[in-house]
Design a protein around this ligand. Sequence first.
Ligand SMILES: Cc1cc2nc3c(=O)[nH]c(=O)nc-3n(C[C@H](O)[C@H](O)[C@H](O)COP(=O)(O)OP(=O)(O)OC[C@H]3O[C@@H](n4cnc5c(N)ncnc54)[C@H](O)[C@@H]3O)c2cc1C
Length: 325
Amino acid sequence: MHCDALIIGGGPAGLAAAIALRQKGVEVLVADALRPPIDKACGEGLMPDAREDLAALGIATHHGAPFEGIAFLAGHRQAAAHFERGSGIGIRRLQLHELLVERCRELGVRLAWGTRVHIAPHEPLSIDGRVCTYRYAIGADGQSSRMRLAMGLGQGKIFSRRFGARCHYRVKPWSRMVEVHWGDLGQAYVTPVGEEEVCVATVARSPAVRMEAVLAGLPALRERLQGATVLSTMRGALTTTRKLRRVTAGNIALAGDASGSADAVTGEGIGLSFRHALLLAEAIAVDNLDIYQAGHPVIQRMPHLMSRVMLRMDAWPRTRERVMT
Ligand SMILES: Cc1cc2nc3c(=O)[nH]c(=O)nc-3n(C[C@H](O)[C@H](O)[C@H](O)COP(=O)(O)OP(=O)(O)OC[C@H]3O[C@@H](n4cnc5c(N)ncnc54)[C@H](O)[C@@H]3O)c2cc1C
């Protein structure tokens, strides 16, 4: 089995990379162990930059529900940050995945669903026992990336490890902001994702803290959700702030969460993967992965900084009080 670019993982990072590469004329095969549409625990908010990148990938951004900034709420304290330009969108993860898959099909990306790529150190990549050959391989295989391990990069440096969950409720969004509610056990953030629908994601330090426990400590939010129909099964996922020494080795590159991440509360994960995709395509188009290696830390810088600030606010209630009036 041969292709120009083999992408391992068909989540947002893998599909965005496939689209960006096809737009540059590269022939691409994406393999994912799961079948579409692929769901995942996510706050489902795309910041204005991510929305612009989505448009650069050829996907219209009128889907979902727009939001104008982020509001932070802790008890009676509040602070709001409006976007200086543009607006974000809240979009169901399943819908985003469908849009990305549709765009891949339109561009002629080869898609192999239900196909696990065998990844092991010092062994060639293979599918169903058949060795894959490629000009470039891209590991877009998520938080627990085996590609990262196979490249000898280990786990990288992990600054935070928290546990997230998400659920959808049928209720008219009561704000045009994404609301981040701070409680003693963790944060809950609410993203409007439709005219009558919000996504609620919670993040906590301990895996033992369930979504209900975080919500129990947030009476104002609980009241908003009182009596609303629950529209989805709850899903959980790990979220980390992770930095890697390198994201390329020879003709292999990592993208999306596999290549490092910022805590979920920043709402930047998907946007980061779009930026990785666009830069990676630039680099591969001129056969020079050094461009990607050099630009990747620049992309990560601001979300990592935001992550540190948010985690400090999480750990230190007094810092939180000082930030919110
Ligand atoms: C609670 C929570 C809330 C979040 N909220 C937001 C938010 O509001 N906004 C935002 O932008 N981001 C948010 N994020 C982050 C965002 O969800 C991730 O950054 C994003 O999913 C990363 O995409 P990815 O494609 O890198 O990884 P994934 O979505 O994990 O995709 C990886 C894919 O690789 C496949 N795979 C793995 N191994 C193999 C293999 N060997 N062979 C074939 N396929 C394989 C998997 O099946 C999977 O489909 C949140 C995360 C959490 C946990």
